[in-house]
Design a protein around this ligand. Sequence first.
Ligand code: ADP
Ligand code: MG
Length: 338
Amino acid sequence: MSDKSSLSYLGEFGLIEKIRNKSSSLPPEVLKGIGDDAAAVNFRAGKVLMTTDMLLEGIHFDLSFTTYYQLGHKTVAVNVSDIFAMGGIPKYFLLSVGIPKNSKPGDIDDLYSGIREASGRFGVSVIGGDTCASENGLVLSGTLVGHADKIILRSGAREGDNIFVTNTLGDSAMGLFLLQGQGSRVQGTVRRNRNGNLRFKNLNSRHVLTLIKKHLMPEPAAVRNTSRITSMIDISDGLLIDLSHICDESNTGAIIYRDSIPISRELSEIAGILGEDPMRFALTGGEDYALLFTSPSKFRTNAVKIGKIIRKGRYIADSEGRKMPFAAEGYEHFKIKY
Ligand code: ADP
Ligand code: MG
């Protein structure tokens, strides 16, 4: 195997040609995908949504924990999550890549396999991008275009609305915590066997892998019926920070019922063994890519009620009704860093 990077091996145009050949077929309204100066789409949808998200080596990921395939998946998934958070349907994806000198010829193939898997799953077409050599590690910048009939903003929450989340929280943060070997009881338990597979001493490895997968390959899911939703955001920075964004934009307060926050069996078991508080991961962990939304309705089938929008103040209430104020900034220093 050559030690040359994919880029120097194939050249920019060879690489683009390869990406083009590996891409899935395009829907008929895409008049031009990869291969011209810009993609062209016969776009008849009413309201267009556009979002872009970057993943930088050393800031957002560590190549010793994640594969190029998983990164391809995640680059699509984090952008899809933003379109879902606006109540939209994701459609067209463009990826700009900065390829490091030490990348191997198969790495970009793996990246695009992950992109193809995720874009197929979310009904997204890859229609373009840009390719450069990078002096400072792998750079991935994804741009996603979508559409929506009803756009849901962060600013629509009203006093009396219920607060919901669509998935368990804290799993991704625990996954990263395990990958990084953080915490006194995790240290020394993380090993790689000869095949490079991770092994965790004294921990249920199926649970560990579930948590790690939630971090490396998040699976955002849309809310099926948005008609009674007043505000929405995806949880990328952690529940407290993202709920604070809704409160800031809507000019409201919020109260969270601590005992209602959905925590997976995997997180609660592993945290228990490690002597960690699962609630810290659920409240402040981030990268859950679950949706957080408000609605005056009483219940929704695919979401869990965790609190209420109030006029002023931000609190977490325990089962006895004792209220503790929270501030998004106060929790930022807990955030896990690469
Ligand atoms: P230009 O120099 O006009 O910007 P490029 O040579 O950069 O054109 O790109 C040629 C075509 O290949 C365009 O359609 C572009 O969107 C596509 N492309 C370039 N890099 C990528 C990539 N990493 N992933 C997908 N498409 C790409
Ligand atoms: Mg270019």
